[in-house]
Structures are given as structure tokens and as C-alpha cells.
Design a protein around this ligand. Structure first.
Ligand SMILES: [Zn+2]
Length: 330
């Protein structure tokens, strides 16, 4: 798939590749310097080996038994290599270690191999685009440990007979496992429940854990992400948000349904949900809307995709933010 990224994203990825190249080269050079200091004989061996090709050329020019001369030089070279190996072995090194050890041996950290963009550069670009989109992830309240179940009523709900605290304990445990075991084959999740029941908190905790595992994560309130798409679509901003939204390992669309209701946003939501579903990539959507409201707001095509493929998780309880605020004021 051809993906066009903005100049800033390319520059960010190129800077990372350069950092990797410099690191590999510096480490290799530093090791060689250390070994030369410890074993000065290594320099003589290197010079002798470099001179060997010159000796072959001279043997050819001088005439005589070229084959025997070449054979002799070859043998000398092998002896030199063996001597070098023995010297390095004393220090637990090999001659290979003088070669730069690149993060990506395929392209030697240049980003291109055999005239094509290397996979390592593709993932660097994707990561940079995701980072840009998720720049605003609030870093507070993003740990599972900070979820305080005491704010949820312990008494059973009169209608269902289930305690919201016990229920939310299960949801919390599920989300922890989901984040710990995350892979791009993980299922999509639908967080449903009233405002202030912990949907954003658990979304952020998942985002953080999954990102720490090295996956690309885009997290954002639906309003903000859709607004960014709108600006890029109508040319008021350059960017790569659409690709990042559709291709990140995990997309978390927080508070769906609180954005303005416009045909453009609805078609964006459809495109995002649909292309991620086709690519088999997981999405987490959190919303205050119930099934009926989702249907009214987004129509059959989007709602059936969400209800057909997302695992629903119901969030219970009173508005925690209000409870906390009240507690502070007392
Ligand atoms: Zn590469």
C-alpha cells in the first residue's frame, strides 16, 4: 500500500535512522580502537592482509609460476586471519565485531534496500505518525493501579442484582489481560456506559501498556481525531492522520458520539471502522450511546459492523469525577 507521509514525519524517521547508523559505526570503531590498543600486532596483520592483493598483482606482472604465487599468498592470508582470530579471541571478540552492527542488517539502517523502502523505515514512519496524532495523551491517570473501585457502589443494583463494584472489578481485570496479551490479532472492544464511569481511564491504561510493548497506538477523543481528519481533508493542514488511524496496531476512539454530527464525520467513522475491520486490526471505541442511539446516530452500516465484531463491555456506576469532586469539597 502506498502511504504518503508529510515532510516532518520523514525527517523524524530519517533522524532516527541516522542516529542508529552513527551508533553502529561508533561502537564498531570504538571496539577496533580498544583492540588495537591492547594488541598492536592487529594493525600489522591488517596492513599485511591489505597488501596481499598487491602481491597477487605483482606476481602476475612478474610472470613465472603465477598459480603457485597466488596459492602461497592465499595461504599467508589464511594464516594472518587465524592469528587475528586468536588475538581477538583472548578478549572475547571476533573480527566480525569490527563491522558495524546495524539495527536493521537488511538496509544497514539506510531505510532502503535493493531500491525499495525497507520495512524498518516503514515502521518508523508509522510510529512517527502515530506519535504525532497521540501527542495529547494525558499522562495522568493512565495506570490500571490508579483505578479506584471504592467509588463504585458495592450494593447490588436493584434491577440486575449485581454490584457495580464487582462488575467493574471484572471489567478492570479483563482490560488488564487485554493490554498484557495484546497483539494486532486481539479483538475490538466497545466500552459502553455513562460519563465518568472509567471508560477513558481504562482506554488510556490500555493505550499506555500496549504502546510500552512496542505496538503503534493512536489514542484520541473522537472529536479531536475527526477534526484533524477534516482539516487535512479540506487542505487546511498537511498530515497523515488517515493512514495512522487506519494502520496503527491499535486505535482507541474515545467518547464517540460527542463530536458534532456531520455527514463528513459519519463517513470518516465508517471508513475507519471498515478499513480496520478489513485489515483485521483491533479498535477500541468508548461511547455514552446505547445500541439504539448508535443506530440512530450512525446508521445501519456502521452500527452493524460495530455490534457484529466488537466485544461489548458495559461500564456501570455513578459519575466518578463528580463523586471525587464532591469528596474534595467536603
Ligand atoms: Zn531496514
Amino acid at each position: 500500500m502506498a502511504v504518503a507521509y508529510s515532510r516532518e514525519i520523514y525527517e523524524e524517521a530519517a533522524a532516527e535512522l541516522e542516529r542508529r547508523r552513527i551508533k553502529a559505526n561508533t561502537e564498531a570503531a570504538a571496539l577496533r580502537e580498544r583492540m588495537l590498543a591492547a594488541e598492536p600486532r592487529i594493525r600489522e596483520i591488517e596492513q599485511a592482509m591489505a597488501g596481499a592483493s598487491l602481491l597477487v598483482a605483482r606476481a602476475v606482472l612478474n610472470g613465472g609460476d603465477v598459480e603457485a604465487a597466488v596459492e602461497r599468498i592465499k595461504q599467508e592470508n589464511l594464516d594472518l586471519q587465524a592469528e587475528m582470530a586468536a588475538l581477538l579471541h583472548r578478549h572475547g571478540e571476533t573480527a566480525d565485531n569490527f563491522e558495524p552492527r546495524y539495527t536493521c542488517p537488511k538496509c544497514q539502517d539506510t531505510g532502503y534496500a535493493q531500491g525499495r523502502m525497507c520495512g524498518c523505515l516503514e515502521s518508523l514512519l508509522r510510529e512517527a505518525a502515530c506519535r504525532r496524532l497521540s501527542r495529547t495523551i494525558p499522562m495522568k491517570l493512565t495506570r490500571f493501579e490508579e483505578m479506584d473501585l471504592d467509588f463504585y457502589p458495592a450494593a447490588p443494583d436493584p434491577k440486575t442484582g449485581v454490584s457495580p463494584r464487582a462488575r467493574m472489578g471484572d471489567v478492570l481485570a479483563y482490560c488488564r489481560c487485554y493490554a498484557a496479551d495484546f497483539s494486532p490479532e486481539s479483538p475490538s472492544l466497545l466500552f459502553q456506559g455513562p460519563t465518568g464511569t472509567g471508560k477513558t481511564h481504562l482506554s488510556l491504561a490500555i493505550a499506555r501498556t500496549v504502546a510500552e510493548k512496542g505496538f503503534t497506538v493512536v489514542y484520541g477523543p473522537a472529536q479531536q481525531l475527526l477534526h484533524q481528519l477534516e482539516k487535512e481533508h479540506f487542505g487546511r493542514a498537511g498530515g497523515d492522520s488517515e493512514d495512522a488511524l487506519e494502520q496503527s496496531d491499535l486505535l482507541i476512539l474515545d467518547d464517540l458520539g460527542t463530536e458534532f454530527s456531520t455527514p463528513f464525520y459519519t463517513s470518516c467513522v465508517y471508513n475507519i471502522v471498515n478499513s480496520r475491520m478489513l485489515a483485521g486490526l483491533p479498535t477500541i471505541i468508548s461511547t455514552n450511546l446505547n445500541q439504539k442511539q448508535l443506530l440512530e446516530r450512525y446508521g445501519e452500516a456502521i452500527t452493524s459492523r460495530i455490534t457484529g465484531t466488537f466485544q461489548p463491555l458495559l461500564f456501570w456506576g455513578k459519575d466518578i469525577r463528580q463523586l471525587k469532586l464532591r469528596q474534595k469539597l467536603q
